[in-house]
Design a protein. Structure first.
Ligand code: ADP
Ligand code: MG
Length: 258
């Protein structure tokens, strides 16, 4: 479905943020993109979601080249690749009701001209993220908990029925128990709708039962890649070993707390 080759990006002359990133994704696959803060993970996500442009390299999405594609063509494809962000506060306008927030995606992308059909799609998206539409449609973001707001963010992404969702640290603002719930929800969406995911995180623990494969990004290059269990049991790069060591010491600490 997606083949990224030698993707490069700089924000200024001195500092190349992506130095030739390559990886691919099969339909319905869940890939974890992990790495320390500043590694370039969000930059990869934003380029894929058409929020930014790559400088060089190739991104083939279902055979179509996204790098340097015309804005109009990119817009047509943007329904297929949606992004979920870390902080639901900053992406949900406080003056809009949940119904309007989710419907907006359909209106902007001109996906459904019929108002009643749009409402049906909004309700379906809310039910898919386990929010009772009768209860939530007319509420405002400030009337929801952090976990509920994150679900609304996901409903907004899935209402367009995308083929790929890039989830950029969607759990980092949530408590531990809610993190696992959210990952379970994404997994359910993957099973029910066949949505592929690029799950961006620095929390390797969360990827263990969720991601089919892991890509480890360090300072703008892929340093490790493979099936999740293989990467965790046989890391090749020093940086990946450090991530895994941190995970093990964290688990050890949690064991002591128990
Ligand atoms: N809009 C921007 N302008 C300048 N530098 C940026 C911008 N966005 C990101 N960067 C820099 O690019 C690098 C990678 O950032 P990012 O992709 O956000 O990393 P990650 O998501 O892995 O933490 C960082 O050094 C960051 O400071
Ligand atoms: Mg980031």
């Amino acid at each position: 479905m997606l083949v990224i080759e030698a993707l490069e990006k700089s924000y200024n002359k001195e500092n190349k943020v992506l130095k030739g990133v390559s990886f691919d994704l099969a339909p319905k696959e869940i890939v974890g993109l992990i790495g320390a803060s500043g590694a370039g993970k969000s930059t990869v996500g934003r380029i894929l979601a058409n929020l930014e442009e790559g400088d060089a390299g190739s991104i083939l999405f279902e055979g179509q080249q996204l790098v340097k594609m015309s804005a109009k063509k990119r817009r047509l494809l943007s329904k297929d690749i949606q992004m979920i962000f870390q902080d639901p506060y900053s992406t949900l306008s406080p003056r809009m009701k949940i119904r309007e927030l989710i419907e907006e995606a359909l209106i902007i992308l001109r996906l459904e001209p019929d108002k009643n059909k749009r409402l049906d799609l909004v309700k379906e998206a809310l039910e898919l993220v386990s929010l009772d539409s009768k209860k939530y449609l007319e509420r405002y973001p400030h009337e929801l908990s952090g976990g509920e707001r994150q679900r609304v963010g996901i409903a907004r992404a899935i209402v367009c029925n995308p083929k790929l969702i890039i989830a950029d640290e969607p759990t980092s603002m949530l408590d531990t128990s809610l993190r696992l719930e959210l990952v379970a929800l994404l997994k359910q969406l993957n099973e029910k709708r066949g949505t592929a995911f690029i799950f961006i995180t620095h929390d390797i623990a969360l990827t263990q039962n969720f991601c089919n494969r892991l890509i480890v990004l360090n300072e703008g290059v892929v340093v490790d890649a493979g099936r999740t269990r293989d990467v965790i049991t046989h890391p090749t790069h020093e940086f990946t070993k450090k991530l895994i060591h941190a995970l093990q010491t964290l688990e050890a600490r949690e064991d002591i707390n128990l």
